[in-house]
Design a protein around this ligand. Structure first.
Ligand SMILES: [Fe+2]
Length: 177
């Protein structure tokens, strides 16, 4: 899916590529000491902000059993994430959606994709990627590393009822920083 990103770091002022975000998330996910430093809370998700490459927005996230994000996208940010502990499930839509000017969309039957990302597995994604990420384990925490560029200007949140996707809320950086 991706060219070997190697160890190239973006020079100052150069936007990081999706391969570089993918490489960063993979390397951080392999950093056992950093992963172990994340506080875990059985009651809810935990977050630590990281410095991503080239000014990207990066996060270390802890997921108690049964938690998830709900459907959302990251507007025109590209990104990548890796599972650093436990296993995550990603449900995503293999469809190019209109970016603005709609409230509900009826999806066709063939656009749903499911990925199970065990420890050490991850993925990259392009602009307007719509997904939800879940820890479906009943017993185990999951931990993951995420990187986005440009830093998230907004997150659009959707509800999903059958084939209908409905825009519910737009969050701005002040909502999560
Ligand atoms: Fe996301």
């Amino acid at each position: 899916m991706l060219d070997a990103p190697g160890d190239h770091q973006p020079v100052s002022g150069e936007a990081p590529t999706v391969a570089q975000l993918h490489d960063f998330a993979r390397r951080v996910a392999e950093d056992a000491e950093l992963i172990a430093s994340l506080p875990l809370d059985p009651e809810g998700r935990t977050w630590v902000r990281l410095d991503g490459p080239g000014g990207s927005e990066a996060w270390l996230i802890g997921w108690p059993p049964g938690t998830g994000t709900g459907w959302h996208d990251h507007a025109d940010s590209i990104g990548a994430f890796f599972t650093a502990g436990g296993e995550l499930t990603e449900n995503s839509l293999a469809a190019r959606l209109p970016t603005d000017g709609w409230r509900t969309l009826e999806l066709t039957e063939d656009v749903d994709r499911v990925r199970h990302l065990a420890t050490g597995q991850g993925r990259a994604f392009g602009k307007f990627h719509v997904h939800e990420v879940l820890n479906e384990s009943m017993t185990e925490h999951a931990i993951s590393v995420h990187a986005y560029y440009p830093p998230l200007p907004q997150i659009r949140r959707y509800s999903r009822t059958g084939d209908t996707l409905r825009l519910e809320q737009v969050e701005r950086p002040k909502d999560w920083q």
